[in-house]
Design a protein around this ligand. Structure first.
Ligand SMILES: C[S@@+](CC[C@H](N)C(=O)[O-])C[C@H]1O[C@@H](n2cnc3c(N)ncnc32)[C@H](O)[C@@H]1O
Length: 208
């Protein structure tokens, strides 16, 4: 999948053109604190795309770092953050499967929206290991999992992303290094995604 080409041709149906509404609702709810995330957290957003969700974290005082493999969209994300006068956010052009050396134990929270589903399923365990590596002990992996059953697949029937995300897929990938904390309904989902997405939170097990 050539992600940059998809951005260049405007073929980006995943982009909601603003902060993800269920994330806005979650940030307003105080749920992050209940999950043990500090009020001024170091937050990573893998596969951040145009970086809309970075804005929501930064505006609350978190130090947020986005990662995306598509170089053009990284520049675009930086431009949008500057345009919106957002401070405390960085965006790096990186493969999320190669973060552990540079960013080991740097984050209190890793937030995933449609990065997990963008990866070919056989890469999910490797991705979960990267998440575990960049989280501090007891840091939180928080995923707004999409597309979940009963989503029946892409309208065009293609084999590429988004790959279906089942509850057991998340557990299979993340259970090795994380303990399950909670799952709960997503509020204010975009109409086309309502009923197909749900929050999951896992906590990084302390290293020995
Ligand atoms: C479905 S899009 C979601 C983008 C963003 N989260 C959003 O909701 O608008 C998936 C994003 O992950 C990026 N991506 C895919 N594979 C990646 C990888 N291996 N490393 C870093 N980013 C990746 C793509 O470039 C794309 O921006």
């Amino acid at each position: 999948m050539d992600w940059q080409q998809r951005y260049d041709t405007g073929d980006t149906p995943w982009d909601l053109r603003g902060v993800t509404p269920p994330l806005e609702a979650l940030l307003a709810s105080g749920r992050l604190r209940e999950l043990g995330v500090p009020d001024r957290a170091d937050v990573a957003v893998p596969g951040c795309g145009r970086g809309h969700d970075l804005r929501a974290f930064a505006n609350l005082g978190h130090a947020v770092t986005g990662f995306d493999i598509a170089p053009g969209v990284v520049l675009e994300a930086r431009r949008l953050l500057a345009l919106n006068l957002v401070r405390g956010a960085q965006v790096h052009c990186r493969d999320v499967l190669g973060l552990s050396g540079e960013f080991a134990q740097r984050f209190d929270l890793v937030y995933d929206y449609t990065c997990f589903c963008a990866l070919t399923p056989y890469l999910r365990a490797a991705y979960a290991r990267e998440v575990a590596a960049i989280l501090r002990d007891r840091g939180v992996f928080l995923a707004l999992a999409f597309p979940m059953p009963p989503f029946t697949g892409r309208a065009d029937g293609g084999a590429g992303p988004p790959h279906l995300v089942r509850r057991e897929d998340l557990f299979a990938a993340f259970e090795a290094d994380h303990e399950f904390l909670a799952d709960f309904d997503a509020e204010h989902s975009a109409p086309s995604r309502a009923g197909f997405e749900r929050w999951f939170a896992f906590r990084r097990r302390p290293r020995a």
